[in-house]
Design a protein around this ligand. Structure first.
Ligand SMILES: C[S@@+](CC[C@H](N)C(=O)[O-])C[C@H]1O[C@@H](n2cnc3c(N)ncnc32)[C@H](O)[C@@H]1O
Length: 261
């Protein structure tokens, strides 16, 4: 299939099918094809053990990220937080503990089965300061200038077009708000043929873009103080192969200019 034949609708559909199957425990693995899903190995490799204490295995076993954007965000009690592509909710539940009862966490995800899982986990845990909303991160169901912090864990690489994701993130952040991302990025670009590999795209590989392009899109959306830290080879997280550009998991932070009231 040539790259031109893939529309954003195709990509959203394949991604949604994959994560719907994972949420329903259909033996498909996370960001990758070999790792076992639905044990807590991914979570224990990404987060401090202390952070995970008390989280049920239904949450830790559905950790599909490639970093820990919660810790990078340095959340404060009372903050209002948005998680782009919240999956089974692990980062939302971790954030909810840190912002406390005076804070609030919204998770947005487009996959209904993921939202069902996340809501079931929320109910089981008796959490009251988290809400999961259905939507695409390219058109967020969130008001303008309404959140202090945005986090996202291994999701933006899956979006067919990254520019609207950053524009939307900028729109909903309060002035002075911050964004904290863990994501897969590359040095160099995938060839059109590799980009057209939808299975790999949905595994968080071939949708990833060059890190400089990624930060340029953030700058064009209005973000400042963009910082890329801790780039590490992603070959233990996603299946990489010969002929691909270098693939990394990175932590990316930035600010929306201004001061919140
Ligand atoms: C790799 S998983 C990561 C889930 C979660 N952030 C975590 O760390 O466990 C990707 C999630 O993003 C969601 N997703 C992918 N593309 C999306 C989009 N364009 N809009 C909304 N959700 C999306 C998928 O449904 C899936 O739940």
């Amino acid at each position: 299939m040539s790259e031109q034949l893939l529309t954003p609708i195709d990509i959203h559909q394949v991604v949604q099918e994959r994560y719907g199957a994972i949420a329903q425990g259909q033996g498909v693995s996370c960001c990758g094809s070999d790792a076992e899903c639905c044990d807590s190995d991914n979570a224990t490799s990404l987060y401090d053990t202390d952070m995970l204490a008390g989280l049920p295995v239904d949450v830790t076993g559905l950790s599909l990220g490639c970093g820990d954007p919660v810790t990078i965000a340095a959340l404060q009690p009372g903050e209002r937080v948005l998680d782009l592509g919240s999956g089974g909710g692990i980062d939302c539940f971790l954030a909810a503990r840190q912002v406390g009862e005076s804070g609030y966490v919204i998770g947005v995800d487009m996959t209904p089965a993921m939202l069902e899982k996340a809501n079931a986990n929320k109910e089981r845990m008796g959490v009251t300061n988290v809400e999961f909303r259905r939507g695409q991160i390219e058109a967020l169901p969130v008001e303008d200038n309404s959140v202090d912090v945005i986090m996202s864990n291994c999701v933006i690489n899956l979006a067919p077009d990254k520019a609207p994701v950053f524009r939307e993130a900028f729109r909903v952040l309060k002035p002075g708000g911050r964004i904290s991302i863990s994501d897969i990025v590359t040095e160099g670009e995938f060839s059109p043929a590799l980009r057209a590999d939808m299975a790999r795209w949905a595994e968080c590989v071939t949708g990833a873009i060059d890190v400089d392009t990624y930060t340029s899109l953030m700058r064009e959306a209005g973000f400042v103080e963009i910082n890329v830290a801790d780039k590490r080879s992603a070959d233990e997280i996603v299946p990489v192969q010969e002929g691909m550009p270098r693939v990394f998991s990175a932590r990316i932070t930035a600010l929306k200019p201004g001061h919140s009231n």
